[in-house]
Design a protein around this ligand. Structure first.
Ligand SMILES: *[C@@H]1O[C@H](CO)[C@@H](O)[C@H](O)[C@H]1NC(C)=O
Ligand SMILES: *[C@@H]1O[C@H](CO)[C@@H](O)[C@H](O)[C@H]1NC(C)=O
Length: 259
């Protein structure tokens, strides 16, 4: 949520040094993507840069998709649409929705799990476009410092504070949340049959490890890898870039990567 391709700068560098073709993508309205938050109408529009990248792959080419945090929903949607182009979907302390349920059910459960007040000084903005589900949201500086970048270098926290942008989660339960509230979106034959790997981060304060395990339990057949406690926070691609890159290389086993 709120972040862009930029937060992968360390991990992408390491993956390229290891000889992989690694690409980090801005979802619509994030990072340096030109759309304003009120121009991105649906979750599908938000995820369009990823869907377009997969659509543009030459026939027969497969990639490893790496999702982080709220990006798990974009990757799930992409796997459902293009299962034949995905060698593996890796969920790095990401939201991982389950087959046969609306993606927003996972988000509802996370919010219930962490409870009220969890997001500290994070803020909702007025929704300027009545055709968008819910309200734009941005992490607050205290939330970023204590629960997102708590083990990352202070320079990276400050970079994050300068670069995050408000985004809609498209999860509010109303008739405009069509993609996130569609119970039939994720199917056993497509998303459910793809190779999926969950990378747990034991000491993540933003998506608690108990909740990571709950999502894993709801999706049998998912492979599980872990980043041990000690030095890793939610921004594991920053706080533990080397360990994460090595793990991704091992998971990919020679395939190209898109985040
Ligand atoms: C919302 O959607 C309606 C119906 O499609 C359209 O007429 C209206 O211009 C839209 N509003 C905005 C702010 O985009
Ligand atoms: C969403 O809203 C509809 C209609 O108000 C309701 O029937 C449904 O139970 C709600 N779903 C969730 C997950 O809150």
């Amino acid at each position: 949520m709120n972040h862009g391709a930029w937060c992968w700068y360390r991990a992408v560098t390491l993956l390229r040094l290891a000889g992989h073709r690694a690409t980090a993508l801005d979802m619509a309205g994030c990072g340096v993507h030109p759309a304003r938050v009120d121009e991105v109408l649906t979750f599908e529009d938000y995820s369009r840069p990823l869907l377009d990248a997969l659509d543009a792959l030459p026939p027969g080419e497969k990639v490893v998709l790496v999702a982080h945090s709220h990006g798990g929903y974009s990757v799930a949607l992409a796997v459902e649409r293009f299962p034949e182009k995905v060698a593996a979907a890796v969920f790095v302390t990401a939201s991982m929705p389950a087959v046969g349920r609306a993606m927003a059910a996972t988000s509802d459960e996370l919010l219930a799990y962490v409870g009220d007040d969890f997001f500290m000084d994070s803020q909702d903005f007025e929704q300027r476009n009545p055709n968008i589900s819910g309200r734009p949201f941005i992490f607050g500086p205290e939330f970023m410092a204590q629960k997102v970048y708590n083990m990352s270098p202070p320079e990276d926290l400050n970079l994050g504070l300068m670069l995050i942008r408000p985004a809609n989660s498209f999860t509010t339960n109303n008739s405009k949340a069509v993609v996130m509230r569609d119970e039939n979106l994720l199917t056993a034959g497509r998303y459910g049959s793809a190779r999926r790997v969950y990378v747990t981060v034991e000491d993540d304060h933003a998506i608690p490890v108990g909740f990571q395990h709950r999502m894993i339990a709801e999706s049998p057949a998912v492979e599980v890898e872990g980043i041990a406690a000690g030095g890793a926070d939610h921004m594991v691609m920053i706080s533990r870039a080397e360990e994460l890159a090595e793990l991704l290389v091992r998971i990919a086993g020679g395939v190209d990567m898109v985040q």
